[in-house]
Write a protein that binds this ligand. Structure first.
Ligand code: GDP
Length: 207
């Protein structure tokens, strides 16, 4: 399926869940987005869907503690998971995050793929490793997505790509392909749209 076509269709907010009990019933394949607070997750979801403010670009990192579901036509659901690793977050908040995310990914039959967002300016950081460990532990397949690549020179991008690929290749549940994106200059957006469209379509064939 063509990604542009999928993302040109209607996209609407369906539900927000702050607890596992509040998760909406599964009806469509789900693509989940996860990453550190401030990694550019809202901006990426807005760029993919071509909406300016679908996922609110928040300037208070760590403020969103709920899982938000956006339905893309009748094809798939984009799932915005709360960010992690906010420096000022308390241990209790971190534990709550883990419970919520683990509860979602472990029990979600319709979860087609998780996209783990990594800030291209930093590469994989310790909080990202913790998140990978959680996903590996839940045996959830995930792919890395570098964000904000417009901040880097070509040489810096190549360096962080190979470093990140090496880091991901050591993880049992990580997908080998690494995506490089920018919500600033739109590089990599169509490639990621096509990937999501392919996943959504493949999912339809297996159910
Ligand atoms: P979230 O907390 O992960 O949802 O991150 P946001 O989408 O709110 O973005 C955090 C900050 O990074 C904001 O100041 C954005 O303007 C900035 N940002 C997000 N994406 C990009 C990008 O692709 N390029 C650049 N240069 N900045 C970005």
């Amino acid at each position: 399926m063509n990604g542009r076509k999928l993302f040109a269709g209607p996209c609407e907010f369906v539900a927000g869940a702050a607890t596992i009990d509040a998760l909406p019933a599964t009806t469509l394949p789900e693509i989940a987005f996860v990453g550190r607070s401030n990694v550019g997750k809202s901006s990426l979801i807005n760029a993919l869907t071509g909406r300016r403010a679908l996922a609110r670009v928040s300037h208070t990192p760590g403020a969103t503690r709920q899982i938000n579901f956006f339905r893309l036509g009748d094809k798939c659901m984009l799932v915005d998971l709360p960010g992690y690793g906010y420096a000022r977050a308390s241990k209790a908040l971190a534990a709550e995050w883990q419970r919520l995310i683990f509860g979602y990914v472990r029990g979600r039959a319709a979860l087609a793929r998780t996209l783990l967002l990594i800030d291209a300016r930093r590469g994989i950081t310790d909080p990202d490793r913790d998140a990978m460990q959680l996903l590996d532990g839940a045996a959830v397949s995930y792919a890395g997505v570098l964000t904000k690549i417009d901040e880097l020179s070509q040489a810096e991008l190549l360096e962080v790509q190979s470093r990140t690929e090496a880091g991901l290749s050591r993880r049992p549940a990580a997908h080998p392909e690494l995506f490089a994106t920018s919500a600033g200059d739109w590089r990599g957006i169509d490639v990621l749209r096509d990937h999501i469209a392919t996943l959504a379509e493949a999912w339809g064939d297996t159910v």
